[in-house]
Design a protein around this ligand. Structure first.
Ligand SMILES: Nc1nc2c(ncn2[C@@H]2O[C@H](COP(=O)(O)OP(=O)(O)O)[C@@H](O)[C@H]2O)c(=O)[nH]1
Ligand SMILES: [Mg+2]
Length: 329
């Protein structure tokens, strides 16, 4: 059976509503990848993480090198999930550096990942978009690989497929174009991509983070929420009582003075109000007790560095993960 070269789904010409559908089995791409590539017309696939976990278990049976890709803007709090399944050597690739402010130091960012408790050989900060550190990454892949096969894993939307396309573009005479998009589960099944006789990179569908806000918003809002350019942090000295509105997606209420810095897409309309405000209170309410110099994360939407210890009320969409973590930058 042939696989779609864009998403890895097994090609079939019988069921239009199922993955891998194509009008002719002679095609290399399924209809869905063809439409994403040519018309930017995306069809959501409902998939749970179980098939991805089976893939992880199979990777764990090998001794092969694993590249774990993490989106620096949207670090899932469930990374440790991967630890349950993977004991292979890992290159930790921290990507989308281009959207984190230039003023932050790479070494500082890497420190955040010091106690992940995975078998990490090296941490490398990259930006696929800006070709930043890709030569270094390619060198490390060749240094640490145990066989021809190197697996790329991570959460969906981390930027795995985009990275593999770029590695092929930069370092291989082969051609490939794995389908990439802003939406979850673009890659359906494993895809083997031969870089050269000594190296095959294997793309995988991502682990789905159920707490990511992109699961609960309209597709049209994605361009607002997902940062495309370097984030301009917004700093507020909070006098109380105060409210911060993060567009229509979240609201924070302060009853103690504070100093906060918001990292979110520049396309969002973020406002500070000193009048009492009842909007968005139909959203789910969380009360967080935040320590000094800690980040609040609203998964997929933003992270907010909070200077002083305080209790903060947050409203956002139901099912979105809201939590605190040690500060990233
Ligand atoms: N800003 C930025 N966006 C990226 C980078 N790499 C990937 N993306 C975007 O992230 C989204 C998800 O990428 P994709 O490769 O499909 O993720 P996958 O699900 O992990 O395979 C796409 O919209 C990409 O354009 C990067 O280095 N910088
Ligand atoms: Mg992918």
């Amino acid at each position: 059976m042939n696989k779609c070269i864009g998403c890895g789904a097994t090609l079939q010409d019988k069921y239009t509503e199922q993955v891998g559908y194509t009008k002719s089995l002679d095609n290399k791409l399924c209809e869905r990848c063809f439409r994403i590539n040519n018309y930017n017309d995306y069809k959501l696939i409902n998939k749970d993480s179980s098939s991805f976990i089976d893939i992880l278990k199979n990777i764990n049976k090998t001794n092969d090198l694993v590249i774990l890709v993490i989106d620096l803007f949207n670090i899932s709090k469930n990374i440790s999930e991967i630890k349950k399944y993977i004991t292979n050597d890992i290159l930790l690739v921290l990507t989308k550096r281009d959207i984190i402010p230039k003023s932050c130091y790479d070494e500082k960012i890497k420190e955040y990942f010091n106690d992940l408790n995975l078998n990490i050989k090296e941490k490398i900060i990259i930006s696929t978009l800006k070709n930043y550190n890709l030569d270094l990454l390619y060198e490390k892949i060749n240094q640490y690989k145990k066989s021809k096969n190197v697996y790329v894993i991570g959460f969906t939307n981390a930027g795995k497929s985009t990275l593999i396309n770029k590695i092929i573009y930069n370092y291989s005479s082969n051609k490939c174009n794995i389908t990439t998009s802003n939406l979850p589960t673009t890659t359906i099944d494993t895809i083997n991509i031969k870089v050269n006789d000594e190296l095959t990179i294997i793309d995988t569908p991502g682990l789905i983070d159920d707490g990511d806000i992109i699961n609960y918003i309209d597709i049209k809002d994605l361009n607002k929420i997902i940062p495309k350019k370097e984030i301009k942090p917004i700093n507020y000295q909070i006098k109380v009582p105060a409210t911060i509105l993060i567009d229509n997606f979240a609201k924070l209420s302060f009853i103690e003075k504070n100093n906060i810095t918001i990292y979110a897409s520049n396309n969002l309309n973020i406002k500070r109000l000193y009048k009492s405000n009842n909007t968005l209170e139909n959203l789910k309410k969380y009360i967080l007790n935040v320590d000094e110099d800690t980040d609040i994360v609203i998964q997929g939407l933003c992270f907010i560095n909070v200077k002083y210890k305080s209790s903060i009320t947050i409203y956002t969409k139901e099912n979105v993960s809201v939590y605190t973590r040690k500060h990233l930058i």
